[in-house]
Design a protein around this ligand. Structure first.
Ligand SMILES: Nc1ncnc2c1ncn2[C@@H]1O[C@H](COP(=O)(O)OP(=O)(O)OP(=O)(O)O)[C@@H](O)[C@H]1O
Ligand SMILES: [Mg+2]
Length: 272
């Protein structure tokens, strides 16, 4: 039932034309005062195809956020190669949008000003950009909230505004680091459906970090399972469930097999 690929053997496969991200032997060692360093990622190799939905699961401290920060261009790596569209990732790029665990909205700006903030920094707020922001806010159910301030919105609404801020720039790649960790279970389910809808409409590539096995299976084409620190790719699990995904699929046998398998892999790698 579960098609497996070994990421370490995959490295021998030449890149195919639809590969968006390619990571080869990616290693990150954080410098420490005692000079020994913290090895957060060790020899991580994978490809992500254009338009794929990938989730990353692994126990706390295994390097998930480190990997996302390197992909976003916010953090240097120590060894190996990582490319987007064949070009090395070596700094923040408007083609890459990032959504963090907390929405990180600026409290003194309205919702509209917040979602336009990256464009303001780049001095490219055009009427088309404003229109896009407005239509995206409407898409995620925030029509009419553009002039409100973050504190006037619930946690889920703020997180949706954070997603809009990342999407306004129309990035090719959307990186999401535990974006729904702080939300209650029902809001989280709604947000999962929302993300899938946006992904299906826009055909972006999404890399999504989560601690929830169910969330990873529900959303993804493939789930990357990482080992504890130093983070390596333990397995890549292909999720062969039909799309569009619906919440009732969570109760199906196939869904249960996938989540059971991923749980087993994580247990084999230590506590989750
Ligand atoms: N700036 C830093 N300096 C030194 N070590 C760091 C730094 N940032 C992260 N680390 C270490 O690197 C390892 C990986 O951290 P990272 O934040 O990537 O983990 P994570 O998988 O995102 O964990 P969590 O699930 O708790 O968010 C951890 O051991 C952490 O202590
Ligand atoms: Mg993290």
């Amino acid at each position: 039932m579960t098609a497996m690929t070994n990421p370490q053997t995959d490295t021998a496969t030449p890149a195919t034309p639809d590969v968006l991200i390619s990571s080869r032997h990616l290693t990150k060692i954080y410098p420490t005062r005692d000079g020994r360093g913290v090895r957060a990622l060790d020899d991580v190799s994978f490809d992500v195809r254009d338009g794929e939905f990938i989730s990353i699961v692994g126990r706390s401290g295994c390097g998930k956020s480190t990997l996302l920060k390197i992909l976003s261009g916010l953090l240097d790596h120590t060894r190996g190669d990582i490319t987007l569209n064949g070009r090395p990732i070596d700094g923040p790029d408007p083609d890459i949008g990032v959504v963090f665990q907390s929405p990180t909205l600026l409290p003194w700006l309205t919702i509209t000003q917040n979602v336009l903030f990256p464009n303001k920094i780049r001095r490219n707020i055009t009427p088309a950009v404003r229109e896009r922001a407005q239509s995206l806010l409407a898409t995620v159910g925030l029509d009419g909230f553009g002039d409100r301030y973050p504190k006037e919105l619930s946690g889920g609404m703020q997180q949706r505004a954070g997603i809009v801020r990342a999407l306004v720039q129309d990035p090719e790649l959307l990186l999401m680091d535990e974006p729904f960790g702080a939300l209650d279970a029902m809001t989280r389910e709604q947000m999962n459906l929302e993300v899938l809808r946006i992904w299906e409409e826009s055909r972006k590539t999404i890399i999504f970090v989560t601690h929830s096995i169910v969330e990873s299976v529900f959303l993804s084409d493939r789930v990357f399972v990482m080992t504890p620190r130093p983070g390596r790719l333990a397995e890549v699990v292909d999720i062969d469930l039909p799309r569009p995904r619906t919440l009732d699929m969570i109760n199906s046998d196939a869904f249960g097999s996938y989540s059971g398998w991923i749980r087993k892999l994580l247990e084999a790698e230590g506590d989750f």
